[in-house]
Design a protein around this ligand. Sequence first.
Ligand code: ADP
Ligand code: GN1
Ligand code: MG
Length: 368
Amino acid sequence: MENKEIIKEVIENFSLPGTQPKECIVYGSGHINDTYRLTYEDEAGEKRFILQKMNKDIFKKPEELMENVSHVTAWLRKKIQEAGGDPERETLNLVPTNDGSSFYVDSTGDYWRTYHFIEGAVTYDQVEKEEDFYQSAVAFGHFQRMLADYPADTLHETIPDFHNTVDRFAKFQAALEADVCHRAAEVAADIQFVLDREELAHKLCDMQADGTLPLRVTHNDTKLNNIMIDTRTRRAICVIDLDTVMPGLAVNDFGDSIRFGASTGAEDEPDLSKVWCDLHLYELYAKGFIEGCAGALTDAEIEALPYGAILMTFECGMRFLTDYLEGDHYFKIHREGHNLDRARTQFKLVKDMEDKLEELQAIVRKYK
Ligand code: ADP
Ligand code: GN1
Ligand code: MG
């Protein structure tokens, strides 16, 4: 845990129910931010909050990021209200600092924000009930729908070239060239897997450049643990982790969910014999996502959904392997070789999806 003195300083500067909480624990399994859950108690009962230190090595302009989050959540709040929903639970709600800002900069220069904790809902690191996965698909599709008329040019690009797979390929090559940790020799087969797919890396970028695929406001990090599922109704109620909401491709939002949720194994499963792309889960998600987008997806987008799945998985595998080669500075790791294990599950899935491409295509065509 972060230095206790810093956490104390940070908490005192947010407009929270008391000076110090009854409990402050490290929370969640995100790879990027440092997340804590705060619990306060008074006569009315318990009240909980999520406190996050933003990763400023990754998000170079946290002020701009928080401007995006404030504006997007305000926009969603309005849409949810208009639809008769509950904005307290169906979108993130920021807690302001004592002087009304959406973030606090601590005495060491780190950036923090606080959200109301969404009660009675959970996130999953793997699909436990397939209906949950279907519900998450509807919700991610619906999320895109709610942002369809958002003024995209007012959004800051929080990570430039985030899903530019051509650029990701070049960054991988640079990491390989530098080989700062002298790790390349022992992972030659994994490196070759990437190098063999340079052409693949261009596939969706080309379709974006020639206008086949339109730019939309997308989430860009649609893994299952970025959606909260109501424990009572089992409906996916709230899309969280809004740090990468930016203009992007709908097929990538679809693809990132498939990469994570339609795998039969965990993202970091060391036993690759357990890792496959489950076609049944893929179909459930495709159906839900297309329904959630409610007619907004063009035929060309639906047709390209399987490539979204393959490319987002390939990209993520390249990113994990790049990070492994560079000494694990980007994704949080919890064991030696963690990023390598992660890269290998992604490559196993890419190969499996390549082998199943015709089936993946036939499935999405059913929902055109
Ligand atoms: P990261 O960018 O590191 O993935 P997230 O914003 O996704 O960070 O948060 C990490 C985890 O914290 C989520 O997967 C979720 O379980 C939990 N979480 C985040 N925000 C909330 C919230 N408002 N209410 C309840 N849980 C939350
Ligand atoms: C990170 O923040 P989190 O843990 O939800 C990453 C995603 C990757 C994912 C892989 C900002 O997501 O792009 O797909 O890990 N987020 C960022 O699990 O880089
Ligand atoms: Mg997350």
